[in-house]
Write a protein that binds this ligand. Sequence first.
Ligand code: A3P
Length: 315
Amino acid sequence: MDTASEDSFQEFVLTLPTGKDWDGAPLLLHNDTWCPAYCIRGVVSFQQNFRAQDTDIIITSLPKSGTTWLKALTFSVVNRHRCSPGESPLITTPPHELVPFFESDLYLKSQNPDLDFPPPRILSCHTHYTALPQSIRDSNCKIVYTCRNPLDQAVSYFHFIRSRASGSTKPVSSIDECFESMCRGVQSHGPFWNSMLGYWRASLERPDKVLFLKYEDMKEDIIVSLKRLAEFVGFPFTEKEEKEGVIGEISRLCSFENLKDLEVNRNGFHSSGFSNSAFFRKGEVGDWGNHLSPSMAETFWKIVEEKLDGSGLTF
Ligand code: A3P
């Protein structure tokens, strides 16, 4: 970026409303989304510069909704003819390195990142549907969104952000302190309702383009979800593969228990500063019941119902 463009970018950033994440880290409101300030350059550059190819597969989500899992599953489905689950790159490389984020991994570092790898490219973002680069919406590329019960998502985010060891931000002390932000949707890539509703509506209008998966459904029946995913991204399982148990092998490779225990996911750090292990906590449905008091849960549910009212999206 030349000096003039850098100056105008900095001026633009100064016009954005500011907020604070649950550990005090700065957020900027851009396109109705609370973006972490550290990656605002990546967010904007991705929107302006990315050119989708028809063969691309884009994994999207609100953070803490099962992104890591969906990346591992999609990577395994698409690459299963190149390497068997026993030889998968997932054994030696974290899912977030195999499927990088546009905003924080690619466009934060360069306005023109190297995306010259063999199709289909599997890439990911937390950007809301309405703010995606036009070429993603216009091309024939596929979008897969993972959605999670907002109460579990919030509890997962609370634990995740607590794990960030950083001298520059205030440690999160209690869930009560975060509750007010939670209810206002102020969190990284929130509000949750904008993220979910954008992809939900797009999946209803363009089911060939957007696949809307729910974390809870994947937990309930991963085989059915894997078949839907494989079919949607254009790599359906054959009858022979089904009989040979390939779907079960992929589900076991990508299971919480397996990924969490791999050396590569127990050590090291993601580019966002979080440890790789922070992406694997409990992997359960309904953990909110262990952390939110009944009155907090009731208040939060009311907000969820009000925000999703009339959309047909339920939990
Ligand atoms: P919990 O904090 O509730 O355990 P994301 O990948 O979007 O950051 O979401 C992280 C959440 O997904 C965490 O939830 C994490 O434990 C869970 N998770 C990670 N890998 C998973 C897997 N393979 N299967 C199921 N859940 C997984």
